[in-house]
Design a protein around this ligand. Structure first.
Ligand code: AMP
Ligand code: ZN
Length: 112
């Protein structure tokens, strides 16, 4: 999608601090970290949010969770939180599916 910030990051049109990349997904550090470790994992295909996950595109989501498991092991993160905000009220500011991976500090529940 030409006017999507994260599609532009995937295309290299906007710089990012890459953590990992393969054919299906891209991971990069959040520009405004909310924890000592905070990166985002996104599908390369444009999917607007969890609400737009379908039978056709859901393999990318499973793949992303496998990548999260592998990356967190590689980074020695044994406790972390995975978050995806859907819609305005939940705080979604970029309409391209992304999973926040946050780690390195105590976290509260319920989230704010
Ligand atoms: P959300 O608010 O859940 O939609 O998450 C979007 C995230 O993208 C926020 O945590 C932002 O800090 C992050 N973000 C926005 N622009 C950039 C960028 N250019 N590079 C890295 N992270 C970004
Ligand atoms: Zn996009």
């Amino acid at each position: 999608m030409s006017d999507c910030l994260f599609c532009k990051i995937i295309a290299g049109e906007i710089p990012s601090n890459k953590v990992y990349e393969d054919d299906v997904c891209y991971a990069f550090y959040d520009i405004d970290p909310q924890a000592p470790v905070h990166f985002l994992v996104i599908p390369k295909a444009h999917i607007s949010s969890v609400s737009a996950v379908t039978e056709e595109n859901c393999a990318a989501v499973g793949h992303i969770f496998r990548v999260i498991a592998e990356l967190t092991q590689k980074l020695h993160l044994d406790s972390y939180r995975v978050v995806s905000n859907i819609g305005e009220q939940a705080g979604q500011s970029v309409r391209h599916l992304h999973f926040h991976v946050l780690s390195g500090r105590d976290m509260t529940w319920p989230p704010g």
